[in-house]
Design a protein around this ligand. Structure first.
Ligand SMILES: Nc1ncnc2c1ncn2[C@@H]1O[C@H](COP(=O)(O)OP(=O)(O)O)[C@@H](O)[C@H]1O
Ligand SMILES: [Mg+2]
Length: 235
């Protein structure tokens, strides 16, 4: 399978994974790629005539240029905005990684790239014995870490990177997201993150109105593609 992709995780929930993932999708589309998206497991969704719909999945689909059924993008969609393992348990559903993998392979057939967003952070549980970690690893995707710049993020970022690497997943880099424009000593925190993570971020996303975020991430998308697909960098 020649499809390339990335699994977007982050230091927490609500720190900009969807904003960054959708921006990367638009950036990759601007590079001329067919970019599919996945939000395999989502909790927190709205009832519609077509069924349950999650805003993250819809935001990713709006950025994508590959038309596929909603269910392929988001095979597991739960209504309450709670931890997916509890939402799944309450719904009497066991999340099947093989089913997610089949959806992924279906999307891969019609695309050049797949951007997949997790739920919560790297170890967020999605079942009694499974977490986002197992999900990402079932898809064999390199992992991009979004760091929401706010107090406490250095510890969360270092723990997340440590766990990604300890579990044997490929760390694809990180993106700093200015989630809190009022954060004290943001520059010093960013410098510390760069030093302790050991590499600069692919992008530092400022606090912006949503419609301008994609523009900021175009360069990051090209960098990410170059990191994950060295054959493109040489071209
Ligand atoms: N760089 C940014 N500038 C402005 N708002 C942002 C930025 N990043 C995230 N947000 C906002 O913060 C909230 C959480 O972002 P989201 O991408 O949904 O986080 P996650 O996917 O990690 O839960 C959303 O309302 C989003 O629009
Ligand atoms: Mg999200």
């Amino acid at each position: 399978m020649t499809v390339k992709g990335v699994f977007v995780t982050g230091t927490d929930t609500g720190i900009g994974k969807t904003v960054v993932a959708a921006g990367l999708v638009r950036g990759l589309v601007a590079l001329g790629l067919r970019v599919a998206v996945m939000k395999p497991v989502a909790s927190g969704s709205n009832r519609t005539d077509a069924g349950l719909r999650n805003e993250d999945a819809l935001a990713l689909m709006a950025a994508s240029n590959v038309a596929v059924p909603y269910e392929a993008v988001n095979p597991y969609c739960f209504e309450p905005p709670i931890s997916p393992h509890i939402a799944a348990d309450e719904a009497g559903i066991r999340i099947d990684l093989a089913k997610i993998r089949r959806s992924f392979e279906l999307l891969a057939e019609g695309s050049d790239w797949i951007v997949t967003e997790g739920a919560g952070g790297w170890l967020a549980p999605i079942g009694p014995a499974t977490s986002i970690r197992e999900l990402a690893m079932a898809l064999h995707l390199p992992v991009l870490m979004v760091v929401g710049l706010r107090l406490g993020c250095i510890n969360h970022a270092l723990l997340t990177k440590l766990a990604i690497e300890a579990h044997g997943a490929q760390f694809a880099g990180w993106i700093a997201n200015t989630i809190d424009p009022a954060m004290a000593r943001r520059t010093q925190n960013l410098e510390t993150l760069i030093r302790l993570i050991g590499e600069p971020p692919l992008a530092v996303v400022p606090t912006l109105p949503p419609q301008t975020l994609p523009l900021v991430l175009t360069a990051a998308a090209a960098d990410l593609r170059a990191v994950l697909d060295p054959s493109c960098a040489a071209r």
